[in-house]
Write a protein that binds this ligand. Structure first.
Ligand code: ADP
Ligand code: MG
Length: 232
């Protein structure tokens, strides 16, 4: 067992209540969660259960109402916005249901972006992005823009972008939710394969219990509690 500070992501007594004017939406409170290096974790839960909220908090994209998130040993609440942004870019990769690629840029440029943001030179960014796109089977689509790619190819590009800085953990919010079953299974298998090859941890929100069962741990978010999912 690793020490707590070795955890890739750790959440302690995490709580989130959305508040807009007099409207308060409690999503969960006192939620504990940890991911160790290389581990793959699925998070299941009904629509509205708070899965996206949880991923946003773990990734430092939103601020918890209570509790703490640690990413690679750093207490997120102790960082400035700029420091949090740098940590996110270096230590985490994100894949969403919709690809969020920049439409004006080619697949190659989209994957280069996080490397450039990390302060690397253009030729290094280009070499790394190209190698990764080749490894996701898109060596022949480097100069295509997102609108010129199929749904599966876009998600593969998004997966390459998430992994290009060799993050400690990839956070996926239903990354295959918008694909047909066969393409979804392919992209899912690719994510697992790349994560294993790079030793990256993976936290994956999914509706698909069958895909979830292929990860090391399956958790279910239900009525504000995160519990081990019963075997399906
Ligand atoms: N920005 C927001 N403001 C207010 N309520 C929100 C906001 N985002 C999400 N919620 C509410 O929080 C709950 C959890 O949402 P979400 O995390 O998106 O669930 P899931 O991803 O599991 O479908 C839902 O009831 C949703 O309506
Ligand atoms: Mg969601």
């Amino acid at each position: 067992m690793s020490e707590p500070m070795d955890d890739v992501i750790r959440a302690e007594r995490l709580g989130k209540t959305y508040a807009e004017g007099s409207l308060r939406t409690p999503v969960f409170d006192r939620l504990d969660f940890r991911v160790v290096p290389g581990e793959t974790v699925a998070i299941l839960g009904a629509s509205g259960a708070g899965k996206s909220t949880l991923l946003h908090l773990l990734g430092g994209l939103d601020v918890p109402s209570a509790g703490e998130v640690f990413v690679a040993g750093h207490r997120m609440s102790a960082l400035s916005d700029a420091e949090r942004g740098r940590l996110r870019n270096r230590a985490l990769g994100f894949v969403y249901q919709f690809h969020h690629l920049l439409p004006e840029f080619t697949a190659l440029e989209n994957v280069m972006m996080p490397v450039l943001l990390a302060g690397q030179a253009v030729d290094i960014a280009q070499a790394r992005a190209k190698a990764l796109l080749e490894s996701v089977g898109l060596g022949h689509r480097l100069q295509h823009k997102p609108g010129e790619l199929s749904g599966g190819e876009r998600q593969r590009t998004a997966v390459a972008r998430a992994l290009v800085n060799q993050p400690a953990c990839v956070l996926g919010d239903e990354p295959t939710g918008n694909l047909d079953e066969k393409t979804a299974a392919n992209v899912f298998a690719l994510m697992l394969e790349l994560n294993r090859a790079q030793g990256t941890s993976l936290v994956l929100v999914t509706h698909d219990r069958r895909l979830a069962a292929r990860l090391d741990r399956v958790l279910e978010l239900h009525e504000g509690r995160l519990r081990e999912a019963p075997p399906s």
